[in-house]
Design a protein around this ligand. Structure first.
Ligand code: ADP
Length: 655
């Protein structure tokens, strides 16, 4: 089966990108909703304005009609008294003009159509002259006279700009028309008088002729108008006239502008914060992914380790174990994590020691160089481990616990023990063989002279017993002396065989020899858990045999180690100091062992003197002979801290 390659971190991040559609959609909906709201509010506003416009213009139209009708009535009430004299007519006209009738001129025509009175005086040719029947005034006059009711004329221009129209009101007396009262309206003035100021503020009000021409306007100074006006018929006067109102462009209310602006700003802020949030989240996702990969990588590394890893918090509670650790102790991570001391893998026989080291570590006093410990596997077997503890530092640089690495050294320890036992066996066999050889050679070599001495002495004794002159005894005694000398010679030779005769002297650094001797003893030192404290002066150089000096140091170190068998493990320490003073190198080896009792002190350097069951008693004897052979001195004293201090003094090579 074909498997697809694992997704990369960028791919994994992009998988979540679709989630961003939601906020985007929400944002688009939000902006759309706001725009719709604004549009609807604008529309409602417009509709309301239009409704107001319609009702306003209808009201105006009604007002004008009322106005014109009232004027008709007033004109119809003109009586003979008013029409007789010019003064009476003028006063009547003034009264009519006085109440904002919108009339600009009043004319009184007789039934024949001649102008009898006019105020102001008219020069209109259509009325005063013979302008023919086609003139609107004339037509209207006839119509009014014949109908007997008010008739409005067509609108006609007056000078260049203005337009006006007339109302012809027939006046009857006792059933017959006596004249016609004409009221002249100038459209511009009519609008000026009848349109109230508040309406003029809002709209441009115009009167439009049937051809669409504007005949008069009531307007403020020229200001912008919107296109959509409203028009109603202007009847009376009729004749296709219409009232047209166009609203001025009213500034939008400040609150609505503020609302729109703040909504736009809000939308932009939302968009910006969305963008910032997205960038932040994407970065976070990427970091998380990298972290996950890093974690997986580290976990794979930790899982592949043979070294057990275990982390504890500052209270000693286990917070992490790796698979190698679980394998070593036989418990699963689930069973170990969260446990507090005593742990299930602590060996019962070493409980005190284990707890002690555990407490020391938590107190920050654990051995930095690591330590060996015995633990118990779940199956009951005891394992040897080498542990290194290091502080566990968190992301803020604070110590949050301890991380311990653990190596299983059970196999190594067993192998070392086997080698050591083998070496011990070999050594003791070699010693026995050497001793045996030495003993047989001594016996063999000394047997002859001793037998000879014995027989010479027996002979001499016999001679003396028979009162033989002393001179006769002398040759036998001389021979006995000679044999004794030979025996001494044999002993010297054996002695010279025992001590390395061909010692080659050379420049020897005592520090290096000590290092070499320590290296030889390393396994013993480690096994016995001994700490070595060194203070070495590397200038200490002597003229001597490196092998012999190393042997002497080896013997002293071995004695020091062996003397501490009964010492408590944490007290096991050897302090070695090498100093130079007054031409001598002084080397002290101080142990914290059993010490030397006064009763045995005198025989310590005697060959074959030993207090150890397996000892040979030759170590110190050889040491002293080596040191003295180098013109030095070997001594010992009690260590004030317990144990013994052995001191070697050797003359240094003059600088
Ligand atoms: P061996 O070690 O084989 O016994 P040595 O000549 O080296 O022979 O030592 C003689 C004796 O001196 C030892 O048996 C021991 O009693 C004593 N001795 C030597 N070194 C020390 C020491 N550092 N502390 C206590 N006793 C010691």
């Amino acid at each position: 089966m074909e498997t697809s390659p694992p997704p990369t971190s960028a791919e994994r991040v992009s998988r979540w990108r679709w989630l961003w559609i939601l906020p985007r959609l929400a944002f688009i909906l939000f902006v759309g909703g706001v725009a719709l709201l604004l549009w609807m509010s604008d529309r409602a506003d417009k509709e309301e304005r239009r409704a107001t416009l319609i009702s306003d213009i209808l009201w105006l139209e009604q007002n004008l009609r009322f106005h014109l009708t009232r004027n008709e009535e007033v004109l119809g009430r003109i009586d003979a008294a008013h029409t007789v004299s010019a003064a009476a007519f003028e006063s009547f006209a003034r009264t009519v003009f006085g109440f904002e009738s919108g009339l600009r001129q009043l004319i009184w025509l007789g039934a024949d159509g001649a102008v009898r009175q006019a105020h102001p005086i008219t020069m209109d040719p259509s009325l005063v002259g013979d302008a023919g029947e086609a003139v609107p005034s004339r037509q209207s006059f006839r119509l009014a006279r014949s109908l007997g009711k008010p008739v409005y004329s067509r609108a006609y221009p007056y000078f260049t700009n203005d337009w006006q129209f007339e109302v012809h009101v027939p006046v009857s007396r006792e059933g017959s028309v006596v004249g016609v009262a004409i009221g002249v309206y100038r459209i511009r003035d009519l609008l000026g008088d009848s349109v109230p100021w508040w309406l003029a503020e809002r709209y441009r009000i115009s009167v439009i002729g049937d051809s669409g021409k504007v005949l008069g306007t009531r307007s403020k100074v020229e200001s912008a108008v919107t296109e959509d006006g409203y028009q109603v018929g202007f009847d009376p006067p009729g004749w296709g006239l219409a009232l047209h109102a166009v609203p001025y462009h009213a500034p939008r209310p400040l609150a609505s502008v503020l609302l729109s602006v703040s909504l736009v700003i809000l939308a932009m802020i939302v968009l910006w914060s969305l963008w910032v949030l997205r960038r932040h989240v994407l970065r976070r996702q990427l970091a998380e992914e990298q972290l996950r990969q890093e974690h997986a990588f580290r976990k794979a590394m930790e899982d592949s380790l043979d070294t057990g890893m275990r982390a504890r918090n500052l209270d000693g509670e286990i917070i992490y174990v790796n698979p190698a650790f679980c394998r070593m102790v036989g418990w699963s991570a689930m069973e170990l994590i969260g446990r507090r001391p005593p742990m299930q893998y602590w060996a019962e026989d070493y409980l005190d020691e284990t707890r002690d080291i555990h407490d020391r570590i938590l107190a920050g006093q654990g051995p930095e160089e690591g330590f060996e410990l015995k633990l118990k596997h779940r199956n009951g077997s005891v394992i040897d481990v080498l542990i290194h503890e290091a502080p566990l530092i968190d992301a803020h640089g604070q110590q949050s616990g301890w991380m311990g690495s653990m190596v299983d050294i059970t196999e190594r320890k067993l192998a070392e023990q086997r080698v050591r036992q083998q070496q011990d066996r070999l050594q003791s066999t070699a010693r026995l063989v050497a001793m045996g050889e030495m003993a047989s050679s001594i016996a063999h070599e000394l047997n002859q002279p001793l037998a000879a001495i014995s027989s010479y002495c027996t002979g001499a004794a016999n001679l003396l017993r028979h009162q033989t002159p002393a001179t006769a005894v002398l040759p036998a005694l001389d021979k006995a002396v000679e044999q004794a000398r030979r025996a001494a010679q044999v002993i010297r030779r054996i002695y010279s065989l025992a001590r390395p005769s061909e010692s080659r002297f050379e420049k020897v650094g005592l520090g290096e020899r000590l290092d070499a001797a320590l290296a030889l003893m390393e396994a013993d030192i480690r096994q016995n858990g001994i700490r070595i404290s060194l203070e070495l002066s590397r200038q200490a150089e002597v003229d001597g045999d490196p092998v012999l000096l190393e042997q002497a140091l080896f013997n002293l170190l071995r004695n020091a180690i062996e003397s501490m068998r009964e010492t408590a493990p944490d007290q096991r320490q050897i302090t070695i100091a090498l100093t130079c003073a007054e031409g001598y190198a002084s080397l002290t080896i101080a142990d914290r062992g059993c010490g030397i009792e006064a009763s045995v002190a005198a025989q310590l350097f005697d060959p074959l003197f030993t207090t150890k069951p397996e000892g040979m008693g030759m170590g110190l004897a050889i040491c002293r002979s080596v040191v003295e052979n180098h013109r030095g001195r070997l001594s010992f004293e009690a260590n004030p801290e317990g144990g013994t201090v052995f001191r070697i003094l050797l003359p240094m090579i003059p600088q």
